[in-house]
Design a protein around this ligand. Structure first.
Ligand SMILES: NC(=O)c1ccc[n+]([C@@H]2O[C@H](COP(=O)([O-])OP(=O)(O)OC[C@H]3O[C@@H](n4cnc5c(N)ncnc54)[C@H](OP(=O)(O)O)[C@@H]3O)[C@@H](O)[C@H]2O)c1
Length: 246
């Protein structure tokens, strides 16, 4: 049996990712803020897939706690941890963030600082272990800043750059780092938002995450066609792009 740690385990995508790994026989460590909800998830996974699922509290914004909590998660595994999937994310309120820096900071800290703090601990563990994968959910929003979500997009762009450097650092240690960039996914995060198109299901994204975690790719767009959509978006000249309502 191998174990996978999922951070932000109550996310809609994380639930599907947990199911995907469990269906392939992996035990799970679920880490997130809502322990009661994760206990229900864990019980469901254990019954459905005949795997072990444990629950740990994890708040991305409580930076001081990361070292201790993650050390407990990692040592309680009992066996080598196969990998970690980071699903923490906060879209936030772009309009509020423009006038209230507390909201801007929450977006930046949840999507970047808190994730980096946790990934630092996990990556050092995998480096010492000499194996493992880190699969982190960034976003296509980080590929180009748009007026509708540039605080979130900036944090995801920073996360993608961090993961790129981490991948470069850990390659020789035999640790794989995968940057996952989903387009629009039908989750709590996007519920009721206008102007969504080509919306994917969490289950299809989870299948992509599992495949990316177990093959050798570094950056994965999910679904695949977002790679080409974002290529086109990145090619739009800035003098045109700044006039667009995006
Ligand atoms: N949905 C999309 O269209 C889309 C597109 C591109 C990328 N993504 C990324 O995919 C990942 C999963 O998103 P989702 O769509 O499944 O969103 P979601 O259902 O809203 O899940 C967000 C997750 O982040 C957790 N979280 C937020 N703040 C946290 C904190 N301070 N500490 C710990 N956990 C925290 C939430 O925990 P609680 O349950 O406790 O709130 C929840 O588990 C995110 O990184 C997101 O940015 C999503």
């Amino acid at each position: 049996m191998q174990t996978v740690l999922i951070l932000g385990a109550t996310s809609s995508i994380a639930r599907a990712v947990a199911g995907e790994f469990a269906s392939h026989g992996y035990d799970l460590i679920l880490a997130g803020r809502d322990c009661e909800e994760m206990q229900t998830q864990a019980a469901d996974l254990e019954i459905r897939y005949d795997v072990k699922a444990r629950v740990y509290p994890f708040d991305a914004l409580d930076l001081e706690s990361h070292e201790t909590i993650l050390a407990r998660c990692l040592s309680d595994t009992g066996e080598r941890l196969a990998g970690a999937v980071l699903c923490v994310g906060y879209l936030g309120d772009q309009n509020a963030a423009q006038t209230d820096f507390r909201e801007a900071r929450r977006i930046l800290d949840t999507n970047f600082t808190g994730c980096v703090s946790a990934l630092n601990v996990i990556s050092n563990h995998f480096e010492k272990q000499g194996s493992g994968f880190i699969c982190a959910l960034s976003s296509v929003a980080g590929d180009r800043g748009r007026q509708s979500n540039y605080f979130y997009g900036a944090a995801k762009a920073a996360l993608s750059a961090y993961l790129q450097g981490l991948r470069n650092r850990l390659h020789r240690a035999g640790v794989r780092v995968v940057t996952v960039k989903p387009g629009f996914v039908d989750t709590r995060m996007t519920f009721g938002r206008p102007n969504l198109f080509l919306v994917a299901s969490p289950q299809s994204v989870a299948r992509g995450v599992y495949k990316a975690a177990t093959d050798g790719k570094g950056v994965v767009y999910l679904p695949w066609y977002w790679r080409w959509i974002m290529l086109v978006v990145r090619l739009i000249p800035e003098r045109v792009f700044k006039r667009m309502r995006l």
